[in-house]
Each structure stands twice: as structure tokens, then as C-alpha cells.
Design a protein around this ligand. Structure first.
Ligand code: C2E
Ligand code: SIN
Ligand code: SIN
Ligand code: FE
Ligand code: FE
Length: 399
């Protein structure tokens, strides 16, 4: 256990440092990713997931699994799994959320027959994984509200064999869960504020949950992740960039706030004059972030400004060409058009998937950067998982 520290003072110092780090992360997904990485590192756990309480269900919100990642390093699909567990005593996670107390289990296949919960084998069966030891920690706010649970799985010895978690792990993880919870609350608020800005900008239906922008943002970070791996970017750079890319990509069309409702909601093709006005949304959006006071502002500016440029120089507003278009703009351009074509809009029906793919292939080297098209097609199973996770309908499926 090379990364484990020797004494409790060091551990405390480490926890305080992590607390500081968590408070600098803006996006909820990258926050959950960091929380799980740190927790797993502190306890040498193979896997873990976080469930967040939404509409009285525990929604599966993030997962990491070293063993499965090793088997299939290219696959990020798991993160976009979409399921929820009711808050009741039947599941381990539900029980912990109800009790508000952490629970250490040495072997989930050998539970005491007096306990009300049982281990749900379906995840293991679907994933081809064997869960043994498990620690489940409630995420509790300073106002004593449970906002979710974190579950870490299979502590490992030096040889990588699963062993039970230690009592000491349980103690400091409860402490750590406090910092994690306040960071999660902050990031959730950031996400909500952004979704509200977007609703204002696009004057959406209040029932709309922000699926479009969530999809465009998720496609974008997955494309970026692959691009970054091919270009040997450092892990810390990738992580930091993904954090702000998700938010900035969600804001790509925020300049539509300046466009009149008559144009924005027109249920038909725009006239030349109307389209000319519509095209100003790119610059209008950029203007909102012009101060560039933070990295997030700078990236939001870049994406708003360049997401309608085309690789062949025939886009707008500046007719930038090729690599003069920032990478972020090239990525969001593809993510945005894919989503626009495959979904229904006020002015058009959803296209057939095969037509969408054909168009994207045809536009490689014209509208789109060919490398981005290639990456997009190579992770298409992840793209589809994202589409399933953020459907247009306001209906979620539960299992
Ligand atoms: P959007 O709906 O988010 O679409 C983003 C981009 O996807 C479009 O950028 C375009 O490149 C592509 N796209 C969307 N639908 C189609 C389509 O049916 N055929 C093709 N070939 N490409 C499509 P674009 O064209 O610069 O439009 C920017 C924004 O202007 C759109 O964002 C939408 O809000 C609005 N818009 C464009 N055309 C119309 C229209 O005919 N009627 C209305 N009401 N709005 C339009
Ligand atoms: C549970 O906590 O029982 C559900 C999650 C799991 O089975 O890993
Ligand atoms: C375009 O693709 O250039 C305009 C969008 C449309 O055809 O509706
Ligand atoms: Fe746009
Ligand atoms: Fe768009």
C-alpha cells in the first residue's frame, strides 16, 4: 500500500489538503471523480460509486472501477449508467441513507441474517465484477440532511487481493465525507445556476431539464478525453480542463439570450435576414465572458465565439480555418451539430441516425476537424450511453 501514510497527523494534513482541492473544483462530475479517487487512494479500494439523493431516490451518479478499467481501458460507458435505488432498508445504500450512519461490511456475500438489507447482485452480474468488502458512507450536510451515499468496494492488500476495510478507514472517511458533502452542495448549486442561465437564454419550456446542453457537454468532454490521450497530455491537465470544459460547453449558446423570441422559437426555416441575426449569438455569447477573469471565463468565451466556425473556413462569425479554430470550438461544433440533427427542434424533426452519421462523415474535413470526427466515431458507444442518460423526455427509467 505504497500511497498510504504512516500516522494520523499526516493523514489529517492530507485530508485538509484534499478539502482545499475539492473547493476549487467547479463541475459536479469532476468533483465526484476527485472525491472517489481520493477516497479510494486513502483506503486502497478497487472500486467505488456515489449515489445522490434526487426526487427521493438514490441516483447512481458516478463510478470508478480499477479492475474493469484495466480490462477495457477505452470504455467510459459505466459513468453514464442510469439507475436509481429507493431509499429503504432493502439495499445497503438505501439503509445507510436512512440511518445516516456509515456501514462497514467485510463480505457482502455473507451477511448476518438479522440485517434488513441484502446485497444487490445485479450490478456485479452486468459488469462482470465480484464485490466482496464494502464501506458505505452517508453524505450528510452540516444541517444534518442526507444528500447521498458514497460506496467503496474491495479494499486490497499489497498483492491486490480483496480484504476487509479497516476500522480506522471508517473513522476518517466519515470526517472526509463532511468536506466532500459541502463541495458537492456548492457544485450542485453552480450546475443549477448554469441551467437557469441557459433556460433564460433559450427561453425553454420550464419542464425541460437541460438535456440538450448536458448531452453536448458530455459528448465534448469524452471527445476531449480521447484527444488528450492521443496527444499525451498530462493526467492533471486533462482533469483540470475537463472540469471547466463541461461548464463552458453547456454555455455555448448562452448568447441566444440576445435573440428575439420570434426568431428563436420560429417553427419554420429562418429567412436570410433572421438567420443573420441568429448568427450574432456567437459573438453575443462571447461578450458575456470578455473579462476573462478566470480560466472558466476564458474557455466559455472561446467556445461561445468559435462553435460555429468550420474547418474549411466557411463558418461564422470570423471564418477561422483549421487549427486556427481552438480545439474546444472544433469539439463543441461536432457535439452540437450531432445533437441538433439527432434531436427534434422547433424548426425540424429528428433525423434518422444513419443519416446523421453519414452527414458527419461527409462533413469530415469540410465542416469538422477530421481527427475529431474519427475520435467521435471511435467512442460512439459512449456517445449513445450519454444520449440514454439525458433523454429529451422528462421520464426516467428505474430498475
Ligand atoms: P441549433 O439548433 O443548436 O443547431 C446547431 C447547428 O446544428 C446549426 O448551426 C447547424 O450547423 C446544425 N443543424 C441543425 N439543424 C440542422 C439541419 O436541419 N440541417 C443541417 N444541415 N444542419 C443543421 P446553425 O445553422 O449556425 O444554426 C444556429 C442556430 O440557429 C441553431 O442552433 C438554431 O437555434 C437556429 N436556427 C438555424 N436554422 C434555423 C431555422 O430554420 N429555424 C429556426 N427557428 N432556428 C434556426
Ligand atoms: C446496494 O447498496 O445494495 C446497491 C449497490 C450495490 O449493490 O453495489
Ligand atoms: C444550416 O444547416 O446551415 C441551417 C440549418 C437548417 O438547415 O435548418
Ligand atoms: Fe450556437
Ligand atoms: Fe447549439
Amino acid at each position: 500500500m505504497t500511497t498510504l501514510l504512516n500516522n494520523n497527523d499526516d493523514k489529517l494534513t492530507q485530508l485538509l489538503k484534499i478539502n482545499d482541492e475539492l473547493n476549487h473544483i467547479k463541475d459536479i462530475d469532476s468533483l465526484l471523480d476527485t472525491i472517489l479517487s481520493k477516497t479510494r487512494r486513502l483506503t486502497n479500494a478497487d472500486a467505488g460509486s456515489i449515489f445522490l439523493l434526487e426526487n427521493r431516490m438514490l441516483n447512481f451518479s458516478y463510478v470508478q472501477n480499477d479492475t474493469l478499467k484495466k480490462k477495457d481501458p477505452l470504455n467510459n460507458k459505466q459513468i453514464y449508467s442510469n439507475f436509481s435505488i429507493p431509499v429503504n432498508e432493502k439495499s445497503i445504500a438505501g439503509y445507510v441513507a436512512l440511518q445516516g450512519k456509515s456501514l462497514k461490511i467485510d463480505d457482502v456475500h455473507n451477511l448476518d441474517n438479522t440485517v434488513p438489507y441484502s446485497f444487490n447482485k445485479s450490478f456485479d452480474e452486468i459488469a462482470g465484477y465480484k464485490t466482496q468488502s464494502m464501506m458505505t458512507i452517508p453524505l450528510i450536510t452540516t444541517r444534518s440532511q442526507v444528500i447521498g451515499v458514497m460506496q467503496i468496494i474491495n479494499a486490497k492488500d499489497e498483492a491486490g487481493n480483496p480484504i476487509p476495510f479497516k476500522q480506522a478507514d471508517e473513522n476518517y472517511l466519515n470526517f472526509f465525507a463532511g468536506s466532500a458533502t459541502s463541495a458537492i452542495e456548492k457544485a450542485k448549486m453552480t450546475r443549477e445556476i448554469i441551467l437557469r442561465m441557459i433556460k433564460m437564454a433559450e427561453l425553454r419550456d420550464p419542464k425541460e431539464t437541460g438535456s440538450h446542453v448536458n448531452r453536448v457537454a458530455s459528448y465534448s468532454i469524452e471527445i476531449f478525453q480521447k484527444w488528450a490521450e492521443y496527444h499525451n497530455l498530462k493526467y492533471s491537465e486533462i482533469k483540470n480542463y475537463k472540469d471547466i470544459l463541461r461548464i463552458a460547453a453547456m454555455l455555448h449558446d448562452v448568447g441566444k439570450v440576445a435573440i428575439s423570441d420570434v426568431i428563436l422559437k420560429k417553427p419554420a426555416k429562418l429567412s436570410d435576414e433572421e438567420f443573420k441575426i441568429m448568427k450574432t449569438h456567437a459573438y453575443q455569447g462571447a461578450k458575456l465572458f470578455r473579462g476573462n477573469v478566470s480560466e472558466l471565463d476564458a474557455l466559455s468565451y472561446e467556445i461561445a465565439y468559435t462553435h460555429h466556425e468550420k474547418w474549411n473556413g466557411r463558418g461564422y462569425p470570423r471564418k477561422l480555418k483549421g487549427e486556427d479554430i481552438p480545439l474546444s470550438g472544433r469539439i463543441v461544433a461536432l457535439a452540437d451539430v450531432y445533437d441538433a440533427l439527432i434531436s427534434a427542434r422547433v424548426y425540424k424533426k429528428a433525423w434518422k441516425e444513419s443519416d446523421v452519421i453519414d452527414t458527419i462523415k461527409q462533413e469530415s474535413g469540410h465542416h469538422f476537424d477530421p481527427e475529431i470526427v474519427e475520435i467521435f466515431l471511435s467512442i460512439y458507444d459512449v456517445i449513445e450511453a450519454i444520449r440514454l442518460k439525458f433523454p429529451d423526455l422528462d421520464i426516467r427509467t428505474f430498475i
